[in-house]
Write a protein that binds this ligand. Structure first.
Ligand SMILES: NC(=O)c1ccc[n+]([C@@H]2O[C@H](COP(=O)([O-])OP(=O)(O)OC[C@H]3O[C@@H](n4cnc5c(N)ncnc54)[C@H](O)[C@@H]3O)[C@@H](O)[C@H]2O)c1
Length: 246
């Protein structure tokens, strides 16, 4: 028996980076995983490589109609949802002077509104099956602010507040809501934001444990929160950051 056998899990932004690692790990431990993203080719290829336990659905997390479509497909397919990993995110490097209203709105639509819509729509399905686990991916930028990422930092702090309020709102339904703060993790997000960055060297120099984080480091915490091992944990915040926020 795997640690999440029999559970149905939906992962947003699951086509690459950390989300892909979460999909892989949850599949290994027996879950049925629905990978969603806007990178359809990558998402479909990943689902194919994971076999029958995985499937792919296109979902822009900032569009409510997409959430309704995906929830409809889950109702008609597996018929239940046990785990939601709100992982999709964007990060544009821009300080205060370079951040305009359009960048603030774009970042909030994905990083904040997307998490809200996920909580809202997934919790309706979870209520019907007696509970569930929602895992919101925030960032160390929501513990230590980063002035070079104004919109990103603001959106990830907002995820903290939303997670806490949702944890209290959904506790009576036995739906747990927890937040993960990844540290410096070796994914395309970092090289997209800063193309010349040596991610390994930067991670090693700025992480107390002396190395950059890997997506599978974060996947272990996601697995724990998805599984019944964390059955009495809600409203919690777990840093998976090699000590950065210590
Ligand atoms: N990499 C890091 O160092 C780091 C640190 C802290 C937090 N995080 C957070 O971890 C999460 C995963 O990021 P990652 O590092 O794997 O980066 P990534 O860029 O590799 O993955 C992000 C995924 O989100 C998807 N996405 C973007 N906009 C979307 C939208 N509108 N709808 C659906 N999917 C969308 C992308 O297509 C991509 O597959 C993000 O929330 C990110 O903010 C990353």
């Amino acid at each position: 028996m795997g640690r999440v056998s029999g559970k149905v899990a939906l992962i947003t932004g699951g086509a690459r980076g950390q989300g892909a690692a979460h999909a892989r790990r949850l599949c290994e431990e027996g879950a049925k995983v629905i990978i969603t993203d806007v990178r359809d080719d990558d998402g479909r290829a990943l689902a194919c490589s994971l076999g029958e336990a995985a499937s792919y659905l296109s979902l822009d997390v900032s569009a409510e109609a997409g959430w309704k479509r995906v929830m409809g497909a889950i109702q008609e397919g597996p018929g239940r949802l046990d785990v939601l990993v709100n992982n999709a995110g964007i990060a544009v490097m821009a300080g205060l002077e370079d951040t305009d209203a359009a960048l603030m709105e774009r970042t909030f639509r994905v990083n904040q509104l997307g998490v809200f819509l996920g909580i809202k729509h997934a919790s309706m399905l979870m209520k019907a099956s007696g509970g569930g686990s929602i895992i919101n991916v925030s960032s160390i930028a929501a513990v230590r602010s980063n002035p070079r990422f104004i919109a990103y930092t603001a959106s990830k702090w907002a995820v903290r507040g939303l997670s806490k309020a949702a944890a209290l709102a959904l506790a009576p339904e036995q739906i747990r809501v927890n937040t993960i703060f990844p540290g410096i993790i070796d994914t395309p997000m970092l090289t997209d934001a800063a193309p010349t960055l040596d991610v390994s060297a930067f991670g090693a120099a700025n992480t107390p444990l002396g190395r950059v984080g890997q997506p599978h480091d974060v996947a272990e915490a996601i697995l724990f929160l998805a599984s019944d091992d964390s059955r009495f944990i809600t409203g919690a915040e777990i840093a998976v950051d090699g000590g950065v926020t210590a």
